[in-house]
Design a protein around this ligand. Structure first.
Ligand SMILES: [Zn+2]
Length: 399
């Protein structure tokens, strides 16, 4: 049995504690000096904040160009145009998905992410090759972080013949969830798009995570359609909609109707705190009973030259965009990238409590609010009781 004693940690509630870890799980939490330390390796945090591992609820491991020289962004005005630009770039660069994913994984682990949900492009050109690469990477890095894979129809389903069958096969090949994309904006057929993906989810007993950029009342109509199908199939707690810009772009009546439908159906909303576009109002959604969680989305890829996979910085960006200033609000922003994301992903053993997985991050800060505001490099990252990163960088022995 391997044992570690984490000494003099500051817990998120402000208490100081020592934590004993046995075989990758938290075995004891007590006042400094109280847990049995016999035979344990000792790591003294000197009062640093200790939090559960960050959870990136939305990333694209197959898209990033990290590892290549910086690539100039190729602009596209519409989602469809940007999809076309990305395909051009993909053909020109021929940069393997495994290498993209490994580059990005090294970054996110250094920032304290211990679990993530990645979407993977599936279309008639790339087929299931990206998925096969990520399934292999998921296995290769299982001691570094946990990965969920969403089969993502980046070019649409109705607009891209053959994709429906590919999505179905993707679940058989190891994808954990089925994705979707702008049923109106890309496929111009809300019912058919949703029929296909909900049928796959029902057939295989998997959840859904749908990209929705469609704006205003149209986007809210689609959200209510998703809610109706989620309720009909009994999928409460297993469906997420990513972006949902529409929720930040409608009047109070439309927002209220839609938020109520989402809450009743048990649908979660993912935001990355996007740039100058409408975004879901986080506090209003949470007050309506809707689970909200955070993700990085695009990182140094055809869609965005920005991003670094740091979920603590992401919490700051979301808080900044939402005008969060009080400690309570900064703590909410933190939770979107931590506990709330873990709940949406169904990570039952996430948290700092006896019996939970020892997925832990030490941050040189005196409180969660300070950590969000300053987002300093992580002093230590632990995955199932093993140190995998120090001072913001993955340990050479595990990378
Ligand atoms: Zn995305």
């Amino acid at each position: 049995m391997t044992a570690t004693l984490i000494a003099d940690a500051r817990l998120p509630d402000g208490r100081r504690a020592d934590i004993r870890i046995d075989d990758g799980r938290i075995a004891e939490i007590g006042k400094p000096g109280s847990p049995a330390a016999t035979g344990a390796e000792r790591i003294d945090l000197g009062g640093a904040l200790l939090v559960p591992g960050f959870v990136d609820g939305h990333i694209h491991l197959d898209k990033t160009l990290l590892g290549l020289p910086f690539q100039a962004h190729r602009p596209g005005d519409t989602v469809a145009e940007r999809i076309a630009r990305e395909k051009e770039l993909r053909r020109e660069l021929g940069y393997p998905v495994e290498e993209r994913a490994r580059q990005l994984i090294r970054r996110v682990v250094g920032h304290g992410t211990t679990a993530l949900r990645t979407h993977v492009d599936i279309d008639s050109e790339i087929g299931l090759a990206g998925l096969a690469a990520l399934v292999a990477v998921r296995e290769a890095v299982r001691d570094l972080l946990d990965i969920q894979i969403v089969a993502f129809p980046q070019s649409g389903i109705v607009a891209e013949p053959g994709t429906a069958d590919l999505l179905d096969q993707a679940i058989r090949d190891g994808a954990d969830l089925v994705g979707g994309l702008d049923p109106a904006g890309i496929d111009n057929d809300v019912s058919r798009h949703l029929d296909v993906i909900f049928a796959i989810a029902g057939r295989h007993g998997v959840g859904l995570d749908i990209h929705l950029h469609d704006p205003g009342p149209l986007g809210c109509f689609e959200l209510r359609q998703i809610a109706a199908r989620t309720a009909a199939l009994g999928l409460a707690g297993r469906v997420a909609v990513s972006h949902a810009f529409a929720l930040g772009d409608v009047d109070d009546g439309e927002f209220g109707r839609t938020a109520e439908a989402l809450a009743r159906a048990g649908i979660a909303i993912m935001t990355n705190g996007p740039g100058p576009v409408p975004m879901p109002p986080v506090k209003r959604l949470v007050a309506s009973g809707v689970a909200v969680f955070a993700g990085s989305d695009n990182i140094r890829d055809a869609w965005s030259p920005y991003g670094n996979g740091d979920m603590l910085e992401r919490a700051m960006l979301i808080g900044y965009r939402q005008g969060f200033l009080a400690d309570d609000d900064l703590e909410l922003a933190f939770d979107l990238a931590n506990g709330a994301a873990a709940r949406v992903l169904g990570l039952a053993d996430h948290g700092i409590r006896v019996g939970a997985a020892a997925d832990l991050v030490a941050i040189p800060a005196a409180s969660v609010a300070e950590a969000v505001a300053a987002h300093p490099p992580r002093a230590l990252v632990m995955k199932r009781g093993r140190v995998v990163a120090r001072d913001g960088a993955v340990s050479a022995s595990v990378a």
